[in-house]
Design a protein around this ligand. Structure first.
Ligand code: CA
Length: 703
């Protein structure tokens, strides 16, 4: 291993994992977020801290702490809780460094908390303009921080990378990593590798070109940038790898952006000195529209290995050639050593959206094995000789619409999975969700969301009957899957009531922790899947839990707060809940007896009296407009999933003038509801109102 930390390298020989804190402090006064390559390298065996996004370089999300185990889990109780100042989705994985917990919340804010007492130490708000919400496919979330030598690094929704002094929360430097005029966002956690901060971005639902960038952690100077899809071939390619990649594209893809955003997995492998990035879906989704239906479209839906010093391409493995279903390969990547055919192999593992679990050789990218961890119908299997999926041609929806499973939500999305070296299992927050894909009509939808012609289909095909809607929602399933990566088969699973649930944590106490969207935080027996303990968190959970030690006590902590893609788009399939519940941080310990503070629930809104309401709009036209412009945030069928206000209750439904000021003129822009007057006019706004009035009447049981 080659760690470049010059300050600590002089005493490497004397430092072992057990005395690393003492060694570091011997070099100078103790400081906040005192993290370097030496400490990160030693963290695998030291469970006291959680110093990087996936806890350690391997990102196994496995805690070696054993204070808490199957025998005493019944005594687990709330140690402390902290209420947050936002009701939007909470997807953050906190860091814990030497007794301080640092986490991000919705709207890219950062909170520092005493990890033993729960006392807030400081908060930083980058003051993201609320209009940035319009560029975010999947809520105004943030998944976490990186720490390095006294600083924390944050990516903001509006595309900035911010270095904070970890002791005070004051910015040290700030750079804009995206074109503010383009629909980029950042929701993922940066990583720091050998003094460079690596950050990606999102926006492949809106027509952008993906890339990752490395910045000097000390100064914010850009070190390198790697684009994941080729640009206009009439201009010089940024690298030889992109010149070769361009041979796998057709048409004028660069005018559409191409996609390939790196919005979550960025993993450093100190054993091979490689940086693995997970690359997202095509933009637009539809391969026929994006690339004339030709070519594999590298490096979409691929895992790409880069040199961390230069960003130079080393190898890639493409999970879904010619991607056309939003099958990103951005999902979490775990590094491990597995015993395969009697030989130890250094592998990486991923369970991307397309429903197959992949085991790759980390040195070469060679596919070792793959099998589906949820039901899939787009491919029968992965051919190990070619490394390619064997597809069902009908799933490409070129001739006719197709019901395909998994959906764009994926068999698994960003929700962190974990790996226990003790049980040998990977714990996957999995989903079983089919979806109808179709080609667009000739007047293809504008570039404000789906951009692929499936829009109107979803918005208008929700069944009218409430019981039928419930039956449809019941088809969308969520489960915790314990996956054996050696045998490539399921060891056990637990079904959840709803499709979308939290990330997982595995511990050396042979426990697996996971939260659910209906607000339970649960501990399972890692070997059998038996539920051992549960806590009512009072709000939905999406995030991945962590374990750490403070004051000699083991804690398990998790961010609570419903949001993300599904509660925005698919409210009909979410637990019934009142919008506006605030997020919170919960930390549990043995014998903990803290109580959740009473939090007043938002007042329920009355159903508007629409008896005397008239409209000049046409509901059928409004349905199509709603699907193109509104549905990604306000939900199919205008049904709220408990994050944004439910439009069917809107007071503006009875007031055409008020509706116009909100929809066209941006009266609620401070809440993230931008003005749409550059996209359509007053007659179209009224068409949308007519359709939402119909949906509100339907909800109230009126004919
Ligand atoms: Ca996507």
């Amino acid at each position: 291993m080659n760690f470049t930390s010059t300050r600590t390298s002089l005493v490497v020989v004397a430092c072992t994992a057990a005395v690393i804190v003492a060694c570091s402090s011997a070099l100078g006064p103790p400081r906040a977020a005192n993290v370097d390559g030496l400490r990160l390298g030693a963290a695998e065996k030291d469970g006291r801290n959680w110093m990087s996004h996936g806890r350690t370089y391997s990102e196994q999300r496995y805690s070696p702490l054993t204070q808490l185990h199957k025998g005493n889990i019944a005594k687990l109780g709330l140690g402390w809780s902290l209420e947050l100042d936002t009701s939007r989705g909470q997807e953050g994985t906190p860091l814990v460094i030497d007794g301080v917990l640092y986490t991000t919340t919705a709207w890219s804010k950062v909170v520092a908390i005493d990890a033993a007492s729960g006392a807030k130490l400081w908060q930083y708000d980058p003051e993201v303009p609320r209009e940035a919400a319009f560029k975010a496919c999947c809520d105004v979330v943030n998944r976490g921080l990186a720490a390095w030598k006294g600083r924390l690094f944050l990516g903001t929704l509006d595309g900035r990378l911010v270095a904070l002094d970890a002791a005070t929360g004051k910015p040290a430097w700030m750079v804009q990593t995206t074109d503010p005029a383009a629909p980029y966002t950042i929701t993922g956690a940066p990583r720091v590798v050998k003094g460079k901060v690596i950050i990606g971005n999102g926006g492949a639902e809106y027509g952008v070109r993906g890339y990752v960038t490395a910045y000097d952690a000390a100064t914010g100077q850009q070190a390198w940038r790697f684009y994941t899809v080729p640009g206009n071939p009439s201009e010089p390619f940024e690298s030889a790898a992109l010149r070769r990649a361009a041979e796998t594209w057709a048409g004028e893809w660069w005018k559409l952006g191409g996609g390939g955003t790196v919005w979550d997995a960025i993993v450093y492998d100190p054993e091979f000195d490689l940086l693995y990035i997970g690359v997202g879906n095509g933009s637009p989704w539809n391969h026929r529209l994006r690339s004339e239906g030709k070519g594999d479209n590298l490096f979409l839906s691929s895992i790409v290995a880069l040199r961390p010093e230069t960003g130079e391409y080393v190898w890639h493995y493409q999970t879904t050639p010619a991607e056309t279903w939003d099958y990103t390969a951005t999902q979490p990547i775990i590094l491990a050593e597995l015993n395969l055919d009697g030989q130890p192999r250094k592998v990486l593992m991923q369970a991307p959206k397309n429903g197959f679990f992949y085991v790759l050789d980390r040195a070469t990218g060679e596919l070792i094995s793959a099998n589906n961890f949820v039901p899939v119908n787009w491919a029968s299997h992965i051919d190990l000789a070619t490394g390619r999926p064997v597809e069902d041609p009908q799933a490409r929806y070129t001739e006719a619409p197709a019901v395909v499973i998994p959906s764009g939500y994926g068999g698994h999305s960003w929700h962190p999975m974990s790996f226990s070296p003790r049980t040998g299992m990977v714990y996957i927050p999995a989903m079983e969700i089919p979806f109808v894909y179709a080609n667009p009509a000739a007047d293809t939808s504008p570039n404000t969301g789906w951009q692929n012609g499936i829009d109107a289909l979803i918005a208008t095909t929700l069944p009218d009957d409430a019981a039928e809607r419930k039956a449809l929602a019941a088809m969308l399933k969520g489960r915790l899957v314990a996956w054996d990566p050696v045998r490539q088969r399921e060891a056990w699973h637990v079904d959840h009531p709803y499709m979308l649930n939290g990330g997982t944590l595995a511990t050396a106490g042979d426990l697996v922790f996971q939260g659910t969207i209906d607000g339970k935080f649960i501990a399972y027996d890692a070997t059998s899947g038996k539920q051992l303990w549960s806590f009512d968190a009072g709000n939905g959970i999406l995030a991945g839990p962590i374990a750490y030690q403070a004051g000699g006590v083991e804690y398990v902590a998790v961010m609570v707060g419903k949001g993300g893609a599904a509660p925005l788009i698919s409210g009909f399939a979410m637990p019934e809940d009142r919008p506006g519940k605030m997020g919170r941080v919960l930390a549990f310990r043995l014998g903990g007896s803290a109580q959740l503070p009473p939090v007043p629930l938002p007042e329920p809104r009355p159903v508007p009296d629409l008896a005397g309401t008239s409209t000049t709009g046409t509901a059928a036209a409004g349905a199509r407009l709603y699907a193109d412009h509104c549905m990604v945030c306000h939900g199919a069928g205008a049904i709220s999933g408990g994050v944004l206000p439910d439009l069917r209750y809107s007071a503006a439904l009875t007031d055409a003038a008020l509706w116009k000021t909100i929809v066209l003129e941006g009266a609620l822009a401070a809440n993230g509801m931008v003005a749409f007057e550059s996209r359509f006019g007053a007659p179209q706004a009224e068409d949308i109102r007519a359709w939402v009035i119909n949906e509100s009447r339907r909800m109230a049981g009126e004919p």
